[in-house]
Design a protein around this ligand. Sequence first.
Ligand code: OSB
Ligand code: MG
Length: 368
Amino acid sequence: MKIERVELRELEVDLKFRFETSFGVERDLRKVVLVLHSEGLEGYGEVTAGTVPGYSYETSATAWTALSDYILPAVVGRDFATPTQLLAAVARVRGHNMAVAALETAFWDLQAKAAGIPLWQLLGGSHTEIEVGASLGIQGSVAETVAIAEKHLAEGYRRLKFKIKPGWEVEPLTAVREALPDASLTVDANSAYALNDIAVFQRLDELALDYIEQPLAHDDLVDHAELQSQLSTAICLDESIHSAADARKGLALGSGRVINLKLGRVRGHLESRRVHDVAMAFNAPVWCGGMLELGIGRAHNLHLSTLENFTLPGDTASATRYWGDDDIIEQRLDAVAGLQSVPHDGPGLGVTLRRDLLERLSVRQLTI
Ligand code: OSB
Ligand code: MG
């Protein structure tokens, strides 16, 4: 398909809640979305980068520059038969996976629309309903942590994940476990600890957590392997996995036993499929991570989550948890009793853009 034109927009949106993690607080967000035009069809992609470089070096601003200066000029006006060909055209862009993924995922949407089939089918998925959990930011007190946990469990979320940071983990999680003895609970450190914090993880190891997400440095598979060897709770890798090669190294070393798969972090659907397959070969389950996405990104996540080795609840919670009137699609992607259905209003991504809202939220706009 020939990419005739690309529309790039940066949007200003307000998260409904203050989201605190070990790397900072997020609330007023910048989001970059793009629309590919080809043969009368539109393909939608969303940059999942944060507004600040806390989780990753990429931000909405770096993605804007990477897309407008390097990535889009390499593909506009050219014809691509497959995502592999498209990725080859931008192979010289090292890193900037979240920027590339916005393009790559939009191209998959285009191809599914051209074929007249839903995206999940083109991706080779099989699940029809997606189990979801909720990722809960650091709260002001232990009592508030227990209260927000109970609220989300009552809403039907199948797994609760708590953000932790040094000094904020054993006490709140012990209290939540006491209040909710049978709930599926996890923690996410976003790389805030080092191997000499082992005592903290030994305490968490007694709380029957499903897994401990990215406890150590974003680029340290060796220390994760050492920590994993000393814990019975599984480690789940997030920040450390940028490719199927990383997944192979991490699983072969025993750095973790579960992978949080994020489209943006690994460059799109094609590499996600490869990470998924590598994990399956190691008998390691994957689940779909979240990056506080708007409707385009959430829809891509749900289609991805239909692949067979997505066997743990994802972070693709209800859109209504995050957004008031700021979501940019017509469909409300909300879970019912902890289950999301896969968007299906038409072929491809199965969602429609709220063009008027897009116009109102745009702070930058470019057509190439
Ligand atoms: O580490 O999984 C993470 C949000 C932004 C950056 C990193 C992470 C997260 C979340 C929230 O945990 C997931 C979501 O609810 O979208
Ligand atoms: Mg994480």
